[in-house]
Design a protein around this ligand. Structure first.
Ligand SMILES: *[C@@H]1O[C@H](CO)[C@@H](O)[C@H](O)[C@H]1NC(C)=O
Ligand SMILES: *[C@@H]1O[C@H](CO)[C@@H](O)[C@H](O)[C@H]1NC(C)=O
Ligand SMILES: *[C@@H]1O[C@H](CO)[C@@H](O)[C@H](O)[C@H]1NC(C)=O
Ligand SMILES: *[C@@H]1O[C@H](CO)[C@@H](O)[C@H](O)[C@H]1NC(C)=O
Length: 422
């Protein structure tokens, strides 16, 4: 029965996704915007301005500090990279002066030489959000062609300075134009974020056919409030959003801000856990040159990444919203495994949450658990066994759960009336 369900889900995913073969699991990498914005002051701030230096530095870090091997392969440019003028042939061009003297094609070669991929930014409309030349409907083909010629691997197409009619025409036209270049280019559409993110204005079936990922909601900022606001919106609308995701087509709650200024360690683990369970793209926007070891450990957590990258590509859901401020999220994974996140919205002290796997709708059986952030196996649990997890304020406990058929071999059975304290 399970095999049939899995087969059907996989089949549906194959038939509905954009047919460019890309991003069968959520894309991972680095994206400039949240951390570096539109800093173009290379004279006074040469290390942080939007320039080829910044992207080469991040490519070096991704390649040399263990990120690439974990799947963080995209180095993505955001707004403010271009010249304010198109060239004589009407093509976009990188700011030639101090910022991208080598041009984007050369930067793409640098990135590719390190086993990474290059992403670029465009905007369907008269201007980009930052006021640079936009891609109007008549410029879609030439811009797709230019990006392909440069060797770009992904395009984020924003939606400032266009109306709903132009977006309805432009986003699918770009799909066609990218395909016509013959170069596989991952396609991130900001379209739904400009239309409120919900039906009837947003058609998620259509998005799945024309985009690999899409921004549903507003930009993330460097604060816990912002993360919480995003998580709330995505869970409130999960009945609409969750079925839209699958291999090759992902909801994008925006960048990881872990390693910046706004999150505590517990909140950093929360963002990582919730993005993993939501099957979200994992684009870090931080300074990889100065990242502290705590943030690095969270972002490089192998089990959290494996959960995010699970090949079934089924987005997780919130199962329970307790009055106490605890939310429980669940995501089915391949091989009969699953992931659980116990998330506390509380702001007082660690909260002892008692439940059982049965109460979380696990079928009868015995289960092995691995605590993702403690990085250690937990006691084996029967479905009916009550247990207690201690969840830090604004923090998570995250488990990778897999069925155990070898109950007796797994050591001590817990038969007492008291719950297992984990
Ligand atoms: C273009 O679309 C066709 C048909 O949908 C697909 O087979 C092909 O792989 C696509 N090519 C690229 C480069 O995306
Ligand atoms: C959208 O903009 C185009 C031209 O920029 C205009 O012709 C059209 O009327 C606008 N549509 C709406 C719905 O505002
Ligand atoms: C949404 O898009 C799909 C695929 O293009 C289409 O078949 C369907 O009719 C659209 N739904 C609505 C409500 O427009
Ligand atoms: C468990 O499943 C039942 C029946 O499908 C459903 O009513 C209930 O809401 C589910 N509970 C959770 C925690 O998902």
């Amino acid at each position: 029965m399970r095999a049939t369900v899995v087969f059907l889900l996989t089949f549906l995913a194959v038939t509905l996704a954009l047919d460019n073969g890309l991003m069968r699991t959520p894309p991972m990498g680095w994206l400039a915007w949240e951390r570096f914005r539109c800093d173009i002051d290379c004279e006074d701030d040469p290390q942080n301005c939007i320039s080829e230096v910044l992207f080469r530095d991040m490519a070096d870090r991704l390649a040399e500090d263990g990120w690439r091997e974990l799947g963080y392969v995209y180095v993505n440019i955001d707004d403010c990279w271009s010249s304010k003028e198109r060239d004589a042939q009407g093509r976009l061009q990188a700011d030639p002066k101090s910022r991208f003297p080598g041009g984007i094609a050369k930067l793409a070669r640098y990135v590719h030489d390190r086993g990474l991929k290059l992403g670029i930014y465009g905007d369907l409309g008269t201007y980009t959000c930052g006021g640079y030349p936009g891609t109007t409907l008549d410029k879609i083909e030439i811009d797709a062609q230019t990006f392909a010629e440069w060797g770009v691997d992904m395009l984020k197409l924003d939606g400032c300075y266009s109306n709903s009619t132009e977006q309805e025409q432009g986003y699918p036209l770009m799909t066609k134009a990218l395909n016509a270049t013959g170069r596989p280019i991952g396609y991130s559409c900001s379209w739904p974020a400009y239309q409120g993110g919900l039906p009837p204005k947003v058609n998620y079936t259509l998005l799945g056919e024309i985009c690999n990922l899409w921004r549903n909601y507003g930009d993330i900022q460097d604060s816990w409030d912002s993360v919480l606001d995003i998580v709330d919106w995505f869970t409130e609308h999960q009945d609409i959003l969750q079925p839209a995701a699958g291999p090759g087509r992902w909801n994008d709650p925006d960048m990881l801000i872990i390693g910046d200024y706004g999150l505590s360690m517990d909140q950093s683990r929360s963002q990582m856990a919730l993005w993993a369970i939501m099957a979200a793209p994992l684009f870090m926007s931080n300074d990889l040159r100065t990242l502290n070891s705590g943030a690095r450990a969270v972002l490089q957590n192998k089990v959290a990444i494996a959960i995010n990258q699970d090949p079934l590509g089924i987005q997780g859901r919130r199962l329970i919203k307790e009055k106490s401020g605890v939310d429980v999220f669940w995501r089915p994974l391949s091989g009969g495994s699953s992931a659980l996140v116990f998330f506390s919205r509380r702001t007082d002290m660690p909260y002892r949450y008692q439940t059982s796997l049965k109460a979380l709708n696990y079928t009868a059986g015995t289960y092995k658990m691995y605590d993702v952030f403690l990085e250690k196996p937990m006691p084996v649990l029967k479905d009916a066994t009550e247990f207690v997890v201690s969840i830090n304020p604004t923090g998570v406990v995250m488990w990778y759960v897999y069925p155990s058929t070898k109950w007796q071999e797994e050591g001590e059975e817990h038969n007492a009336d008291s719950p297992v304290v984990l």
